[in-house]
Design a binder for this molecule. Structure first.
Ligand code: GLA
Ligand code: ZN
Length: 663
């Protein structure tokens, strides 16, 4: 299968010439402005179906050919979009089955986008035909370097076609109703089913209490989306095997398992909308970096930053402008973490409808004399200087596990607190690890752990078959594992492990969790450790150290003095357990001590918090998200953006970045 494999770092954005077909002057001006902005890669025609097929079976591709020809003549490449993200009105009118059915059983009306059934044979047929037609006409066009398939796949459909597909998938998964009844513990509340037809997707007007069903439905939604993607890309693969296929993914989107979905595409792309200018820029930057590290790990390949805004979005409660410096800093942050492109939503602001005030390279004023345009030009120049980085993978000594199926299981799980803060917890560990100044891989529990010096797997409540065994092997072979409260409770069907938590990790962690206390939102216990007391929140596992050594104890309540932080040596490695949800100061001290113990060195020593570093090949990025100027001690090299020597104590201005080609 082809890779992203661009001969340059890409720069550009979503381009919707379909909205301006009656304005040839504007289309011409677009090309001039793209060159001026240093853009070389556009994603074309993402929502253009009604322009491409104005009537059933009648394609009008000539306008698109002109656009691609003009782009090519100007040296600009294209990710060509398939238009399935939104269908034309004539289709919904004539074939209502293409529209989605909600969990309450009602069918949606035509409207919005991403509003189609993933099972409907009629929809699949329309998609297949237009994709084949696009591939035949443009698959060998010299401007086209890849397929942008659909847009931000998501959501589910509860129609009868989807119910039937769900039941068929369940038959494959479980084989017999007996096996399914057992896996879902259906004896509870008399939920035993005696006919496959009795099974319906989870819905607030029916079944929501069977966790095994809820989990199976979420798995099915991913599988059915993947099935749809495979059907959607089949004609592309057949007619244009030389072109890589991608689809754009969303920040922390929990409803699809992206590791599973990525098996259907050639490279990952990501739509990044951090809330720059908020109350905690370091946190915002850490969340952004976390997402980039995840995107890079989905295919173990560089990814495309498919969307980002050059100025502001229009859909946050308050839409902040990017302050001076932030556009370059935030764009290169993605490159530092493995992006081979910096692309925007959107190239030109639309004139009407819901996204007319979303940031764009070209504003309604229509010319290049804007702050945003100059910011975009700066990124274009910087990317030219960094050319050659594309294709290089950042290497990480540390992995953080963020598992989507685990997230689903925790979200449905009732008790010991409604909100378990799984994602927040994972992100807090990410920020603490990133403060240590190392590259981090973000992976799920299906991935290989073996190459890492340290694997942090907070709140791994669900352990699918083999995961505990692989983690145990990893530790025995010299790895360092960090687990936290609420680990090892259920198996892949959400059935509790019998014989003592954390189930199959009990031996590796050397502890038994007898009970777990839930804390009110504003309630705190404390961890006593190394002469300090650190506050902790939410969940307190009451554990017995079986073979583990006790490093810290609870401060308060009837379990004061009982173990809270433990370390179990096993084979050549060690497994730590932090039995609660600590705050940042604990995590900083904890990881500092663990890194010292196992000898993982930072890329840059003594980083002030808010300064991030990342390394890609021989290129080190130091990025200032502190909101003020800072000084950091950089290694010696050449400043890739200025060509000057750099090294030693170096000042980074507000929103400043230094890119060092190491000697
Ligand atoms: C998403 C979509 C785009 C656009 C942007 C706006 O990422 O993919 O089409 O709506 O949001 O931020
Ligand atoms: Zn459906």
């Amino acid at each position: 299968m082809p890779n992203l494999n661009l001969p340059f770092l890409g720069h550009g954005g979503d381009y919707n010439p379909d909205q301006w077909r009656d304005c040839p002057q504007i289309l011409k001006e677009d090309i001039r402005l793209m060159r001026l902005a240093g853009c070389n890669l556009m994603s074309v025609g993402i929502f253009a179906w009604s322009a491409l097929e104005p009537e059933e079976g009648k394609y009008d591709f000539d306008w698109l050919e002109d656009v691609l020809d003009n782009m090519h003549a100007a040296g600009i490449s294209a990710f060509l979009a398939t238009p399935s993200g939104a269908r034309p009105a004539w289709m919904s009118q004539k074939y209502p089955e293409v529209l989605r059915v909600r969990a309450d059983g009602g069918r949606n009306l035509h409207g919005a986008r991403h509003n189609h059934c993933f099972t409907s044979p009629v929809y699949r047929d329309f998609v297949g035909r237009i994709n084949a037609a696009l591939a035949r006409r443009f698959g060998h066009h010299p401007a086209v370097v890849g397929w942008h398939v659909s847009n931000e796949y998501g959501g589910d459909c509860h129609c009868e076609l989807c119910q039937a597909a769900f039941r068929n998938w369940l038959k494959e998964e479980y084989g017999t109703l007996d096996a399914l009844n057992h896996a879902w513990w259906n004896g509870f509340w008399s939920h035993t089913v005696t006919d496959w037809e009795q099974i319906h997707s989870p819905t607030p007007i029916g079944e929501m209490s069977v966790h095994g069903l809820s989990l199976a439905w979420q798995r099915f939604v991913t599988r059915q989306t993947v099935d749809f993607i495979r059907a959607e890309v089949a004609p592309l693969r057949a007619l244009t095997p030389h072109l890589p296929v991608t689809t754009n993914l969303m920040e922390l989107y929990g409803q699809l398992d992206y590791f599973e979905l990525s098996k259907a595409i050639d490279f990952a792309s990501y739509d990044s909308y951090p809330r720059w200018g908020g109350p905690d820029e370091e946190w915002t930057a850490a969340v952004a970096a976390f997402n980039y590290d995840l995107m890079r790990c989905l295919k173990r390949q560089p990814f495309a930053l498919m969307e980002s805004t050059p100025s502001q979005v229009n859909w946050q409660e308050v839409c902040k402008l990017k302050k001076p410096g932030m556009h370059l800093l935030s764009s290169l942050q993605a490159v530092a973490h493995g992006a081979d492109t910096v692309q925007y939503f959107q190239w030109r602001k639309s004139r009407g409808s819901s996204e007319k005030f979303h940031g764009a390279v070209v504003d309604h004023v229509g010319h290049e004399h804007t702050r945003t345009f100059r910011d975009v030009q700066d990124v274009g120049l910087a990317l030219q200087k960094l050319n050659g980085l594309q294709g290089k993978m950042p290497e990480a000594p540390v992995a953080l596990v963020c598992d989507t199926e685990n997230r689903w299981a925790l979200d449905t799980c009732e008790g010991p607190r409604r909100e378990k803060h799984y994602l927040d917890t994972v992100l807090e560990h990410y920020r603490a690890l990133s403060r240590r100044g190392v590259n981090i891989d973000v992976i799920d529990e299906t991935q290989d752990f073996s190459g890492y010096r340290l694997v942090a797997a907070p709140m791994l409540y669900m352990l699918r078959p083999g995961v505990a065994e692989r983690l145990t092997e990893y530790v025995k072979n010299g790895g360092t594992l960090v687990c936290t409260a609420y680990t090892g409770r259920v198996d892949r069907d959400d059935l509790c492990f019998l014989g003592g938590f954390p189930g199959p990790l009990r031996k590796a962690l050397g502890i038994w969790c007898e009970e777990i206390d839930g804390l009110y939102d504003d309630e705190r216990n404390g961890i006593r450790m190394n002469g300090k007391v650190y506050p902790c929140r939410d969940l307190c596992d009451l554990i017995h150290a079986e073979t583990a050594q006790v490093l810290g104890t609870y401060e308060k309540d009837f379990y004061a003095g009982r173990p809270c932080v433990t370390k179990n040596s096993l084979g050549a490695g060690a497994a730590f357990y932090v039995a609660t949800r600590p705050e940042a100061d604990f995590l900083d001290d904890f990881y500092r001590a663990v890194f010292d113990e196992i000898g993982v060195n930072p890329l840059v020593d003594g980083l002030p918090s808010g300064v991030q570093v990342a390394q890609r090949g021989d290129t080190l990025f130091a990025m200032n998200f502190t909101g003020g100027p800072v000084t950091v001690a950089l290694p010696k090299g050449t400043d890739a953006l200025t060509g000057k020597d750099i090294g030693g104590e170096t000042e980074l201005g507000v929103n400043g970045i230094r890119v060092v080609r190491l000697l």
